[in-house]
Design a protein around this ligand. Structure first.
Ligand SMILES: Cc1ncc(COP(=O)(O)O)c(C=O)c1O
Length: 482
């Protein structure tokens, strides 16, 4: 029986389209096509090639033509032929890698900074590969066939059930699976809510926050209004005619404190009185060290608060998995915006996360990482106490980053010095809303123009952390008060 190329490809696990054309006859054309497939990486090292007979039948060439072509490429070192294991792509036949280029910009450097202290990402070397693999395998084994059909735009019920249980237990969220919509993270939630017209501006945001989110909102035509901040969090008494407010109540981003209990209640009262909505960004609520866990504001009034979370800090931002817990009337509206076909999160990843949560792996991972990050935080505080005691460090009771307060006017030169030393980090002013009236803020006792550094202590792998701390202490401004 003749085996077609497609059958052979399926059997050997390779799927390749070959253009056997051009000058010099079929043999030469086949050699060129195979060489190009190996060189470009379309045929990876170790890949087994189809038997002569099946490739010959598929391409409509003589069996000897294929045999000659393979022999030639073995002689050139592109392929290897071993008794019993057929013809394979040689291990050292590495594809040529092209530099990544963005039009108009210099090529992206393959190497990152020497010391990466940017906030935003967990330690990638600690991704729980084995536990995630086990959850993924179980999810795949147990998935009914309908999983591979069109999905529910709300997300898999298994994940929504697991999240309802977890969020109630760990974050004090009051919900049920029917109020949860799976999305690909916080940014996607903002796009769905505002880009899709479910909510409208103007939207009050904390005067210090993530510029990326402000830009995303601006692109959706939403005006953001800076809300003053002090050590008790956002000054919600300053809310005015906005229709919604976006807060990071468990751990203000990036300054680091929790929203005071009285303000938590006050913001919910504001939303009730005004018919407004509170958006709660619970981006790192699991990571708290030496203060009592701060539950979600959503628990105070599930009909007034949209609670949003993701695995970006707890597992990895690369997974693109997040969730919205919605007031009842908003569920259908969000689903209508999301659409039937574009669920935005792989169903298998959703099932794996459901298993990861319900098997206890998520809790174990968070507990382990909490210990680890607490250790990192302690080492940062100790290094500063020893080498730069004049620098105040704040916002360290929770989260994956700290704020180092700098003497007025020293932030730009310190950030520049850090860049020279190969340290990647952000100045605090980079997070300030561009429309913040710093003098007016200072006049009401709120944070005005502050100099500081936002130091992410989770990002470097363990072996690189000590050197990163050393380098950081080396670029801090000297103490001129002594
Ligand atoms: C303030 C803030 N909110 C939310 C997120 C999570 O964003 P996403 O879920 O889109 O990755 C981050 C970053 O991880 C963040 O810094």
């Amino acid at each position: 029986m003749t085996e077609s190329w497609v059958d052979a490809a399926e059997r050997i696990g390779a799927d390749l389209h070959l253009e056997v054309a051009g000058p010099g006859g079929r043999r030469a054309a086949l050699i060129r096509a195979l060489r190009e497939a190996v060189r470009s990486g379309r045929l990876a090292p170790g890949t087994r090639l189809p038997p002569y007979r099946s490739l010959a039948a598929d391409l409509g060439v003589a069996r000897n033509t294929v045999a000659d072509a393979y022999a030639e490429l073995v002689a050139e070192g592109w392929l290897t032929a071993r008794q019993g294991s057929g013809t394979r792509v040689a291990d050292r036949a590495e594809p040529v890698r092209h530099a990544v280029r963005t039009p108009g910009r210099a090529p992206v450097r393959a190497r990152g900074p020497r010391h990466d202290l940017r906030q935003g990402t967990p330690d990638a070397s600690e991704f729980p590969r084995a536990a995630w693999q086990a959850s993924y395998r179980r999810a795949l084994q147990q998935a009914p066939n309908e999983v591979f059909g069109p999905g529910d735009p709300a997300g898999r019920i298994e994940l929504r059930e697991a999240l309802a249980e977890y969020l109630a237990r760990a974050r004090g969220v009051r919900t049920e699976p029917g109020r949860i919509v799976i999305c690909s993270g916080f940014a996607h939630a903002l796009r769905l809510l505002f880009g899709g017209g479910v909510l409208r501006g103007p939207l009050a945001v904390e005067a210090y926050g993530l510029g990326f989110h402000r830009e995303l909102l601006a692109a959706a035509g939403v005006r953001t209004v800076p809300l003053p901040l002090d050590e008790d969090g956002a000054r919600v008494d300053r809310l005015g005619r906005e229709r919604a407010v976006l807060l990071t109540p468990a751990h203000q981003f990036p300054t680091g404190g929790p929203l005071h209990a009285a303000r938590r209640a006050a913001v919910v009262d504001w939303a009730r009185a005004r018919g407004g909505v509170v958006l709660e960004d619970d981006y790192d609520g699991e990571f708290r060290y030496d203060r009592k866990p701060v539950g979600a504001v959503q628990g105070l009034d599930p009909e007034r608060v949209v609670y949003i979370g993701s695995v970006s800090k707890s597992l990895s931002p690369a997974l693109r998995l997040g969730w919205m817990v919605l007031p009842g009337p908003l569920v259908e509206e969000v689903l209508a915006v999301k659409g039937e076909r574009e669920a935005w999160a792989s169903v298998l990843d959703q099932l794996a996360l459901a298993d990861f949560l319900s098997s206890g792996s998520y809790d174990r991972h968070v507990r382990r990482m909490r210990q680890r990050y607490r250790g990192r935080r302690d080492r940062l505080v100790a290094a500063l106490a020893a080498q730069a005691p004049h620098i105040e460090v704040t916002g360290v009771a929770a989260g994956l980053h700290a704020v180092l307060r700098l003497p007025p006017g020293t932030e730009p030169s310190t950030v520049k010095g850090a860049v020279w030393q190969g340290i990647a980090l952000d100045g605090l002013s980079a997070f300030r809303h561009p429309e913040t009236d710093t003098q007016a803020m200072a006049a009401i006792g709120a944070m005005g123009a502050m100099d500081g550094l936002v130091v992410g202590y989770a990002t470097p792998p363990e072996h690189a952390y000590e050197a990163a701390l050393e380098a950081l202490c080396g670029v801090l401004p000297a103490d001129h008060s002594a």
